[in-house]
Design a protein around this ligand. Structure first.
Ligand SMILES: Nc1ncnc2c1ncn2[C@@H]1O[C@H](COP(=O)(O)OP(=O)(O)OP(=O)(O)O)[C@@H](O)[C@H]1O
Ligand SMILES: [Mg+2]
Length: 719
């Protein structure tokens, strides 16, 4: 062939390749849109259910009677009331029921099937353990993890309640005892714990169970961590799928399925799978009022992140209260544990690569408070029953809101104030996305938790309520957004977004791929050329925003050792280029200095200097008073009241914040009030700050008493 012909064919091939690529992209986009359509349908379903719940009750949550039309009164009086109270107090040592416990117990004892959705630490175990004790015969409990089972059997044994487990670790003698109890009713057995494999794989066990049922001795079946049944749940276990057989085989035995989190879809799914369509559903709030949620910007320098974590632990928990640090990988766990130790914190790691004994040893040391911090991967999961975990730190992003809610929920199961701190930086996204992209809705789930991290003005708690489709409840200042409000404005970043898309288009036109961080570099270089002042972290934030808004997409390629995540043009890019979709970025006051400065220059007053000073004071006082939370010194509401009323004597202050706080902090508060009053008398001293003055800014909701232009600068603790 002549060179010219070759060149011509080469050109034709390249043109066709490009058009094929376009079709590939379109196909990929159609797939993404179909996925999205399904998710939106699901969400619509959730929101409608939420709306109905709100309209029906006018009050939040705790509704019983999910799938039944007639709402029975499970709070009424029942013949077993006094016996149940006696067992609760005298055997379990529990002085009073918590929300929904009594109702659930009454429904079970009325021999109904029950679905229980109750937050971690809410007290689900008592709901089936107490009926198991009250009823004649044996209660079967299916639980997914050996460690959970061991823990429960140990606790029940300590109360003198005959509980046994049949698992891979059960010795022959115990097995014989259990089979005799099932078959012949010999020996004392009230609760029998098994893993789901026993149901799905052991014919021998099932035949003994049938004999037990036949003799009328199977009192109740309990499925703990029931979300494991559904593949839409966050912790699907294939063996849980076979549990449907239990209701088919033993239709007259009441079944109770319990879980801490289940979306509407998961609930429906597990009702179907367990064949408990007529169950009574008890849904308690997902709210954990004692948990303080916060997100911090994560430094790109690994050592600085550890410095910050170590400082946080040492300052907040000088009495070595227990905590967990979650990491992304096994290697990271080992590294973080080592570096925490080097900074004087007693920490050890826990991950799936360790042998069972080594893991158990670490777990035990921690449970007995001989080790302050466990640095774990997700493998350090469901089996954790320690009630006094005071903090859960996420060194890396979780893969979904559900996972984060579960993991962070391991804090404060005893109901006492505890903290959940998540470190986030955009570069953590591709690390996670290349792990979850093949899971159903894996990327969408990940983007939800990224939104949680990105949020600068939505209360963290309200994010959970929306996500789990539950009516909103007051946060009471128990998240960083509510406790430390800062000026947040929406910036129109559409022009920058268009630049990103064009840049990416050029890359793709040259048949190249780019990772998120490479794209950031390219944007940075381009901006240098055109003299823009966009900073690297702002570009990162923008690109992240474009990904989660589906203007850009992530694409994955496997190599022999890893999966790489690349950024490509997404389904909504065209709309941005055509100006039909506006890209808005939430910018906190600290960032306002650098993004679109000219546009944002607008003077306004947003928050009083006194509020700012009182915020600083509560941080100082909280560290002096043994690391209590700043809002425990003064809540944000109290700060606002003080700023509005400006008391100038101890008596006046006491009328606002009460005697105890006045005694403890009164003189310092009055000092700050008088100092600010003096500053205000000198108009030149007003702090001039920039602010977008957006109608949406949090700070604009504050009392605008002063005429001086003052803005609260977000402190290092914020975000
Ligand atoms: N009514 C109650 N009053 C006081 N403490 C209670 C009550 N009910 C349960 N508890 C305690 O609360 C703690 C958590 O209970 P439990 O382990 O049953 O929680 P759970 O709902 O199963 O949580 P998880 O989803 O994490 O498994 C336990 O220490 C338990 O003894
Ligand atoms: Mg439990």
């Amino acid at each position: 062939m002549e060179t010219e012909e070759i060149l011509e064919e080469l050109e034709n091939v390249e043109v066709e390749l490009r058009s094929v690529q376009v079709i590939f992209n379109v196909t990929e986009q159609i797939k993404q849109l179909l996925d999205r359509q399904e998710q939106l349908q699901e969400r619509k379903f959730d929101l409608k259910a939420l709306l109905e719940a709100c309209e029906a009750s006018g009050s939040p949550v705790q509704h019983a009677g999910g799938s039944t039309a007639t709402v029975e009164n499970w709070s009424g009086s029942f013949e077993w009331d006094s016996r149940a109270d006696d067992v609760r107090l005298n055997l379990f040592g529990i002085p009073a029921y918590r929300a929904n416990q009594r109702e659930i117990i009454n429904a079970i004892l009325s021999r109904r099937d029950v679905l229980v959705i109750m937050a971690a630490g809410g007290g689900k175990s008592l709901c089936y353990q107490l009926p198991a004790v009250l009823c004649d015969g044996i209660a079967l409990v299916v639980s997914p993890l050996l460690s959970l089972i061991q823990d429960q059997v140990m606790c029940l044994a300590a109360l003198g309640i005959p509980a046994h487990m049949l698992t891979s670790t059960t010795n022959k003698e115990d097995e014989k005892f259990i089979y005799k109890a099932l078959e012949k009713g010999e020996g004392e057995l009230k609760l029998l714990y098994v893993t789901p494999e026993k149901i799905s794989k052991s014919k021998r066990f099932m035949s003994k169970l049938e004999k037990c049922h036949h003799a009328g001795r199977l009192s109740l079946i309990s499925i703990d961590e029931a979300h494991c049944c559904s593949q839409w749940g966050h912790d699907f276990r294939p063996d849980y799928k076979s549990l449907g057989i239990l209701k088919t085989q033993f239709p007259d035995v009441p079944m109770v399925a319990l879980t801490a989190t289940a979306t509407q879809k998961v609930q429906n799914d597990l009702i179907e799978m367990l064949h408990i369509r007529k169950c009574i559903k008890f849904v308690s709030t997902i709210n954990r009022p004692n948990l303080f949620y916060m997100v911090r910007e994560k430094s790109s320098v690994g050592k600085l992140v550890i410095d910050e974590i170590a400082e946080y632990i040492q300052k907040s928990y000088p009495n070595k209260e227990s905590g967990i640090v979650y990491c992304f990988s096994r290697k990271e766990c080992e590294q973080v544990a080592k570096e925490l130790r080097e900074r004087g914190i007693s920490a050890d790691y826990y991950h799936a690569d360790m042998d069972v004994n080594a893991r158990e040893k670490v777990h035990m040391r921690w449970s007995k408070n001989k080790l302050q911090v466990i640095v774990g991967t997700v493998a350090f999961g469901m089996g954790i029953n320690k009630p006094d975990v005071r903090f859960v730190i996420h060194h890396s992003l979780s893969k979904s809101v559900e996972t984060y809610y579960q993991e962070s929920g391991r804090a404060g199961r005893d109901g006492l104030p505890s903290e959940c701190l998540l470190f986030f930086r955009p570069a953590d996204l591709p690390r996670q996305s290349s792990m979850v992209f093949y899971e159903y809705s894996g990327l969408q789930n990940l983007y939800h938790i990224v939104r949680y991290c990105q949020s600068k003005k939505q209360c963290r708690r309200s994010y959970f309520f929306r996500h789990f489709a539950e009516p909103l409840q007051d946060c009471n200042g128990m998240c960083d957004i509510c406790a430390f409000p800062c000026v947040v404005s929406e910036v129109d970043a559409s022009r920058h977004a268009q630049n990103v898309i064009s840049l990416l288009q050029d890359v793709q036109d040259n048949d190249q791929r780019t990772t998120m961080l490479q794209l950031v570099d390219k944007m940075k270089n381009k901006h240098k050329e055109i003299g823009s002042d966009l900073k690297r972290d702002e570009i990162e934030q923008l690109i992240l925003q474009l990904i989660i808004d589906r203007v850009l997409s992530e694409e994955f390629q496997h190599t022999a050792y890893s999966t790489n995540a690349y950024v490509t043009i997404g389904p909504l890019a065209k709309q941005v280029l055509q100006g039909k979709k506006i890209i808005k970025l939430d910018i906190s006051s600290r960032q306002m200095k650098t993004i679109d400065k000219k546009k944002s220059m607008k003077r306004s007053f947003t928050s009083s200097a006194l509020e700012f000073e009182l915020d600083e004071l509560r941080k100082e006082l909280s560290s002096i008073h043994g690391g209590i939370l700043p809002h425990s010194v003064l809540s944000s509401q109290l700060i606002r009241l003080i700023s509005a009323q400006k008391p100038n004597s101890m008596e006046e202050l006491e009328n606002i914040i009460g005697k105890l706080k006045t005694e403890k902090y009164g003189s310092r508060i009055l000092e700050v009030i008088s100092k600010c009053a003096k500053t205000e008398e000198q108009p030149d001293n007003a702090v001039l700050k920039e602010d977008q003055g957006s109608e949406n800014t949090r700070a604009s909701k504050r009392p605008k008493k002063q005429k001086d232009v003052v803005v609260v600068e977000s402190s290092d603790d914020e975000v």
